[in-house]
Design a binder for this molecule. Structure first.
Ligand code: F6P
Length: 319
């Protein structure tokens, strides 16, 4: 293999730059040329590629986001879009691709594989909903962002004897909500994987208020409701004044944590090694602290990560 391409697609996340850097450095050591497609599959369809050498990836390890930029591109789902991408790869002499992103992006990678393009995927999404990896890139940093915000909110909540509903991202996954609730000692984690009864929560919050507690924190996964609506609907029943905070895209930015920098470096290196070894159509993933490869087909068909153990832990700890 003489030349490979890299793209980052879907929602960005901290660690993407570190993974690009690791892939480029690994490839260069193997005398392989690298290009980066800008804005994900959009760049692939436009043939918008930039050369990536050691200098191009210096000074990016610690930066959040992706310097190649990202996009969600429905056009790539069409046969015409995929044909254009394939022609561009041929014209540029790109013999293999590293694709980084969430389930939509990895579905695109599987389509490329189906067209005969050697491809390796890297799971990158703060939602941590991708099967066959214990952790996706960006999750640890997003969690650290969330707990910093929740700790701050708890200070002001206590000062005013308020209950806060804090809405976090995750799409249909409650991973960020349950882990951050455990890590901040929140009173509740409302997640799509577990039914909740607002009337019962109101009763418990009222009891908590009458006991003289000075705050209550409810962490809500975006897939389980709307923070402002829930805060409004409980405000008359619980004694506490209520407020809602939607953490939004703040969660997805910022310098990657040590965990994400290391994971990104391991994923980036391994993805190039797999391409060179001819192990194509796979995704790298973390399993019991080893980086393993799983066929993309199994990843796409696979069940979303089960939350049972985390939810049980939350229950035992009274979340
Ligand atoms: O998939 C990552 C994610 O951040 C989800 O948690 C969230 O629902 C979505 O992307 C937001 O997408 P956008 O950045 O397009 O608003």
């Amino acid at each position: 293999m003489k030349k490979i391409g890299i793209l980052t697609s879907g929602g960005d996340c901290p660690g993407m730059n570190a993974a690009i850097r690791a892939a480029v450095r690994t490839a260069i050591r193997m005398n392989i040329e690298v290009v980066g497609f800008r804005k994900g599959y959009l760049g692939l369809m436009k043939g918008d590629a930039i050369p990536l050498d050691t200098k191009a990836v210096s000074g990016i390890l610690h930066r959040g986001g992706t310097f190649l930029q990202s996009a969600r591109s429905p056009e790539f789902k069409t046969p015409a879009g995929q044909r254009t991408a394939l022609n561009n790869l041929k014209a540029l002499g790109v013999e293999g691709m590293v694709v980084m992103g969430g389930d939509g992006s990895l579905t695109g990678a599987l389509a490329l594989h189906g067209l005969g393009v050697p491809v390796v995927g890297i799971p990158a999404s703060i939602d941590n909903d991708i099967p066959f990896t214990d952790m996706s890139l960006g999750v640890d940093t997003a969690l650290n962002n969330i707990i910093y915000a929740v700790d701050c909110i708890k200070d002001t909540a206590s000062s005013h004897a308020r209950a806060f509903v804090i809405e976090v991202m995750g799409r249909n996954s409650g991973y960020l909500a349950s882990i951050s609730a455990i890590a901040t000692g929140a009173e509740y984690a409302l997640v799509p994987e577990r039914e909740y009864d607002l009337a019962e929560i109101c009763q418990q919050l009222r009891a908590r208020y009458e006991e003289g507690r000075d705050n209550a924190i409810i962490i809500l996964a975006e897939g389980a409701g709307h923070g402002r609506e829930i805060a409004d609907s409980i405000k008359d029943a619980i004694g506490f004044e209520t407020r809602a905070t939607v953490l939004g895209h703040y969660q997805r930015g910022g310098a990657p944590t040590v965990f994400d920098r290391l994971l990104a470096s391991r994923f980036g290196k391994k993805s190039v090694e797999l391409l060179v070894a001819g192990t194509w159509g796979v995704m790298v993933g973390l399993s019991c602290n080893a980086v393993l490869a799983t066929p993309l087909e199994d990843v796409i068909k696979g069940e979303k990560r089960p939350q049972d153990e985390v939810l049980r832990l939350a229950e035992v700890l009274g979340v």
